[in-house]
Design a protein around this ligand. Structure first.
Ligand code: FES
Length: 103
């Protein structure tokens, strides 16, 4: 499957904030950094926490449970206790709409 799917309006995603959506049956978190939209799986790889309820710090999302962190652009785990990267998704913004496709 390589189809792009509309998941949100660009305006739904706050600058330096998060916006949770469902995509391909999975919880996904959208972010906006410097006007660019990014997407990761919404569940922390350390436990059952929603990253969309976390805080953005310098381009990283801080998990609300144990304060582990991930680089929003790459998904790489950047602070303990997280060690496993979170999945990222290709994002396309067109006509004020955010589109995702499977990684
Ligand atoms: Fe995210 Fe533990 S559940 S850091």
């Amino acid at each position: 499957m390589s189809e792009w799917t509309e998941v949100a309006k660009t305006a739904d995603v706050p600058e330096e904030g998060t916006f949770p959506v469902q995509f391909a049956g999975q919880p996904v978190c959208l972010y906006k950094l410097g006007g660019e939209v990014y997407a990761t799986h919404d569940i922390c790889t350390h436990g059952n926490a929603n990253l969309s309820e976390g805080f953005i710090v310098d381009g990283h999302i801080e998990c609300p449970f144990h304060q582990g962190m991930f680089d929003i652009r790459t998904g790489v785990a950047s602070a303990a206790p997280c060690t496993v990267a979170v999945r990222t998704y290709p994002v396309k913004v067109e006509g004020g709409v955010v589109w995702l496709k499977p990684a």
